[in-house]
Design a protein around this ligand. Sequence first.
Ligand code: TXA
Ligand code: MG
Length: 313
Amino acid sequence: MITIPSKAAEIIKNGEIVAIPTETVYGLAADAFNIQAVLKTFEAKGRPADNPLIIHISNLDQLKRIAINLPEIALTLANSFWPGPLTLVLQKHSNVPDIVTGGLPTVAVRMPDHPLTLEMIHLSGPVTAPSANRSGNPSPTRAEHVQNDYQNSVPVLNGGISRIGIESTVLDLTGDQPVILRPGAITAEIIKNKTGISVSVLENRDNKNRTKSPGTRYTHYKPVATVEWLESETKINDTNTYYIFHSDLIFKPAPNIFYYKGDFDSMARDLYDHFRTADHLSFSHIKIEPLPDLNVSPLIHALIDRISKARGN
Ligand code: TXA
Ligand code: MG
């Protein structure tokens, strides 16, 4: 475990990989312009090489080395939401190795909101960083999750618990109009309210659109335990089941029953930790209370998306 950003930056400059904290989830970082280093992240994760990576930057000057033909709204969005959980898909600069984008002519970029990681990137330059889980596991939201996934073989810059707990919103700016490819903490409504920019939301359930966001073609975020929406008639008494409620139902408290009392920020922050804990303790099922309307919290859409993926659809 590392605590000093300059140490992590040294690892990056030596062409090695290091796990880094962000406000969303931990990432597995490599020098974005070093093909061999980037390859090491694909190998470590067990990730298919056609699934493109997000480049993480610490200032807007770095963007010019990564993307070309920036539309004006890219700068408006960057100024409004960076550092923060918004990834922009832009036209790729020829500097960026093809391995980073899985051969696509576009590149995903964001400025993460974590002081240790911003300081590291300031010293190392831009890094690619897929979520630091081994492929098929939930994204790590704590340094210990990364250590467990790699049995301590990958150094981790310890930045505590990820504040948001769910991966960034991915917004594609390369088409006729901006489209959210992956829902996250920054919603279309938040973007509209803050910048006046209208964006649509890809309903990525049909196969035609799945190729647009390559990551959605793979199974992600899937615990070993079966994840299900709780049916209202289900009795809450199965000791092999781990229960997560967003409301405040009055069942007898138990170590396998969690209530969020309408606090969706905390529910999102804890979700992947629950998945990992349930597996660690060998629960066979995870049952989650069906979520309310989208307008109740900006995180509902992202929560439904990630829980649906964990259910295997
Ligand atoms: O919050 C996050 O975004 C975290 C932290 C570490 O920053 N990173 C993350 O990376 O979730 P990853 O690699 O697990 O997911 C990247 C997502 C995938 O769905 C991928 O398909 C999409 O971004 N993506 C990357 N480049 C793209 C591109 N050029 N066009 C469309 N989608 C792209
Ligand atoms: Mg991921």
